[in-house]
Design a protein around this ligand. Sequence first.
Ligand code: AMP
Length: 480
Amino acid sequence: MHEKCGVVGVSLADRAAARPLYYSLYALQHRGQESAGIVTHDGFQQHSQVEMGLVGDVFDEDDLANLNGENGVGHVRYPTAGSVDSCCAQPFSVSFKSGSLALAHNGNLVNADEIGDELADLGHAFTSDGDTEVIAHDLARNLLEEDLVRAVKRTMDRIHGSYSLTIMHDETVLGVRDPEGNRPLVIGELDDGYVLASESAAIDTLDGELVRDVKPGELVVLHQDGSGYDSYQLFDRDRTAHCFFEHVYFARPDSVIDDELVYEVRRNLGRKLWEEQGVETDVVMPVPDSGRAFASGYAEAAQEDGADVEFAEGLMKNRYVGRTFIMPTQDERERAVRLKLNPIKSTIEGKTVTIIDDSIVRGTTSTQLVDLIRDAGAEGVHVRIGAPAIVAPCYMGIDMATREELIASDKSPTEIRDEIGADSLSYISIDAVAEAIGRSRADLCLGCVTGEYPYDIDGEATDRDVTRPSIGNARAEAND
Ligand code: AMP
């Protein structure tokens, strides 16, 4: 189950949490369009509204009015090919002897099946095949024996993989980031409370201030009355495994991750792309919207170097065509690119053009675009890409494609250049990515571009010494 999603949690002094949660989810809509949900707690009971669809469609005024309480969590879920099923919409909420829980999860566990099997043997019944329910049951069980912080620690001891979670236990909202910090999670301060969110853009939307990133392995517990938060550093690893693709593609450009504005990281990558792989052409054109920041950095660096190159928006995007990437057949995906992007002939005709995008996954977009631009009369078409070649699948929550579908899994850049029909094709180097993000390679998850993962995944290589606790051992240790 790949869950590339957006999560939020809010605790306020004297104001219903529903509306700030709703606006935050709007700000995080790019992280998931399949379903949206909010669960609040009014001191007596939970209220929830979780449905398939976009944020704007899932909640109406009556729903927001019924979501009582000053504490709550919310979620938007990314569409994954094949699983459009309301069983997995979140937050996942459930009541146990130990109280009520609502969980919103961004990421993907690599050992959910094992833990799920073990819990099923102990009598837990599951209503979905999602990781999040496994976390909920494990946490509920631990809460029977331990206080909140210890219970969370014990669950974190057992679950392995990528997770940024917002959780509500009765009225208490908490945020947890996995020990490797794979997915982002930030803390924000509002006039009358605190917020936890996948990205800082959600905090901006609420007129709040970004406090800082939740640290890898940290648990943050918001005070129910919105007066502050407590922090518990439950795990401290030597190395992190931040997903570089968040910076390159996934996060909003106006979000700040690890003190770096995503837009600036992308512009910097564009500049480095020019330094590493620059080619002189008449026009530099972004593939909207994901290529825009890269192309502006690239063109700026080229112009500073004295290249006679124009930066032009020569491809127009139809904003009403969504989800092309996950359309089930190749034919539909190709048609969708044509629907989505249309060239402006006068900026292209008779010119050599460099198009810049953030990534090539299956190669559908680049192939279609090179064709389109040649049809519009370009004399030459060069392609520059702001991510390294994606050679292997993502198991950590970004639904990319299978290895067979990934064009770079078995082809060299030259072969890909020929297949997409470009005059030249270059990718940014992995080192440049690490430099632009301001982290060493060792602290990034680079699985999809190296084929070596920071986690222990069946049948895949790892880039570190992962000591994955066996399930039984983890429980025994936690019992110590
Ligand atoms: P492709 O057409 O399969 O080569 O995919 C590359 C295009 O999809 C690029 O324009 C990217 O901006 C976009 N893209 C890359 N990764 C993803 C993803 N995980 N979900 C949706 N779109 C993506």
